[in-house]
Design a binder for this molecule. Structure first.
Ligand code: ADP
Length: 487
């Protein structure tokens, strides 16, 4: 929270970004439209002139040279002249009928200078000249001749071409339009464009900032409500995808937090109830035994012991569930006989079978070995068998069946008790869920048993489930891959 005070609002960042963008844009426009305009123009012109001259050179021996030159000249708006220089003479083969540049007086002296420059430069040269004064500075020397205000600059390309029987000189001239006035015009336009761009970017920055940051501010206000545990809040609005997604996520989180909060309240109520009941019994019986000597019977002591055991079981279950859910439990896996493990558990129910005439049966064919934590798997079996005994009904029959199917062992714990209504089935695996919350307290455990079973089986990616019909009984089952089996 404190950190945010040092940060600037989003609209400031957006406005800065827009201003930086427009400034870069304007600087680029200024550089290209004023400083670089002339070099660009000259570069393009030079390439045009050279391209034109090359096509003349390539077609120098063609019969229809004159017509071709006329076409090239008209298309490119340039002067093209070709001379035969075989005998040191400058015999015109083709000169423009009409001079585009009236002052392009290619007199003998200038022709000779063109010729010499081209030869010195390996046969071809690009020069600058003016209409009034002939200048012979090749442009690649990087020197632009000073021109008086009246003169018009010319770009001249000269190519001296040797064929096996003759020598030709091709001269292509193109006028270079002075850009001073164009640059002036562009500069004025750029001033106006700069003003417009700055104004428009400020307006866009303000609008965008409003469009982007206002809904974020609204979401933030609602999120503050959420922090104050007001879960009954809907995050809506948002005019762009990311914010809509954020709002949906926050609405979902609010709903989930509300559920967790309710669950927490329910859990505290349930736990305190379950802790208080045995404690009341223990205190009550202890007081009676203290005050009335005749009540100091083994039955009453047994009640106190039972209730204390119950309390201890509740605390153990709570610890187990919180450890399992927070992944704090490390499974101590090893290969062990599941069949023997179940037989072992069964031996502990012998007293119950004798005293209360329960009929608890283990049906199996193979001795199955699995790779898991024996302690946790016994916990699963204990919880399922205890439930079956608690809810088995009149016939007091509980069947544990072990089957081998597709390299997996399937364990079924079957009883013929009251069963579970279909709409309750999906909740019984939830922490602290009890179908009949009121009545069966005497037999029912903590409401955490199946949740512990679920958590352990989930750790092994095991399949599990329950088939149950009201008044017919339930079959709880789970299945895990077999490590090995002995027949
Ligand atoms: P509890 O400690 O109350 O048995 P469990 O998590 O083990 O808690 O079971 C949750 C609820 O599922 C029980 O309260 C009970 O209503 C129902 N239940 C579990 N096993 C059986 C069963 N074999 N027959 C009928 N109902 C069962």
């Amino acid at each position: 929270m404190k950190q945010t005070k040092k940060k600037l609002p989003l609209k400031v960042y957006l406005a800065c970004a827009f201003l930086i963008f427009s400034t870069v844009l304007i600087i680029l426009m200024w550089i290209f439209q004023t400083i670089l305009l002339d070099p660009f123009y000259r570069g393009i012109k030079t390439r045009q002139v050279e391209r034109c001259a090359h096509s003349v050179v390539q077609n120098i021996k063609q019969d229809d040279l004159r017509e071709m030159l006329s076409v090239i000249q008209d298309q490119n708006n340039m002067n093209v002249s070709v001379y035969n220089t075989t005998n040191g003479e400058f015999t015109p083969i083709y000169t423009p009928d009409r001079f585009m540049y009236t002052t392009s007086m290619i007199n003998r002296t200038s022709m000779y200078q063109y010729y010499q420059l081209a030869l010195n430069n390996g046969g071809e040269a690009t020069l600058k000249a003016s209409k009034n004064s002939f200048l012979t500075t090749p442009s690649f020397h990087g020197y632009t001749p000073p021109l008086d205000k009246e003169s018009v600059e010319l770009l001249v390309y000269v190519n001296v071409l040797d064929t096996y029987d003759a020598q030709f000189m091709v001269v292509v001239e193109s006028e270079i339009t002075p850009l001073t006035s164009t640059v002036e015009t562009l500069r004025l336009q750029l001033f106006i464009i700069t003003g417009i761009i700055i104004a428009v970017s400020i307006i866009i920055a303000i609008i965008t900032a409003h469009y982007v940051s206002k809904p974020i501010r609204e979401t933030n206000e609602k999120a503050k409500q959420l922090a104050k545990q007001n879960y009954d809040i809907e995050f809506s609005g948002g005019n762009y995808k990311e914010l809509c997604e954020l709002n949906d996520t926050l609405t979902y989180s609010a709903q989930e937090l509300s559920k967790v909060d309710n669950l927490r309240r329910e859990l505290i109520a349930n736990i305190s109830h379950d802790l208080r009941t045995p404690l009341t019994m223990i205190t009550g019986y202890s007081e009676v035994m203290r005050d009335l000597p005749g009540e100091n019977t083994p039955e009453n002591v047994q009640i106190i012991i039972d209730e204390a055991t119950r309390l201890s079981q509740l605390v153990t279950d709570l610890l187990d569930i919180s450890k399992l859910e927070s992944d704090a439990v490390k499974m101590q896996n090893c290969v062990f006989s599941l069949t023997s493990c179940i037989q072992d558990i069964f031996s502990r129910y012998n007293k119950l079978i004798e005293q209360d005439s329960y009929n608890i049966v283990f049906e199996y064919e193979e001795n199955v070995f699995i790779n898991a934590d024996p302690l946790r798997i016994s916990q699963v079996m204990y919880n399922l068998i205890n439930n079956a005994i608690n809810y088995c009904g009149e016939d007091k029959i509980v069947i544990v069946r072990q089957k081998v199917q597709n390299k997996k062992v399937l364990i079924e714990v079957i009883d013929h008790g009251d069963g579970i209504a279909e709409d309750e089935l999906k909740y019984i695996w939830d922490r602290y869920y009890k179908v009949d919350k009121e009545h069966k307290r005497a037999v029912i455990g903590t409401g955490l048993g199946l949740s512990i079973v679920k958590n352990i089986l989930n750790k092994y990616d095991a399949d599990y489930g329950v088939y149950s019909k009201l008044h017919e009984g339930s079959t709880f089952w789970w299945s895990i891959p077999i490590y090995r089996e002995d027949n």
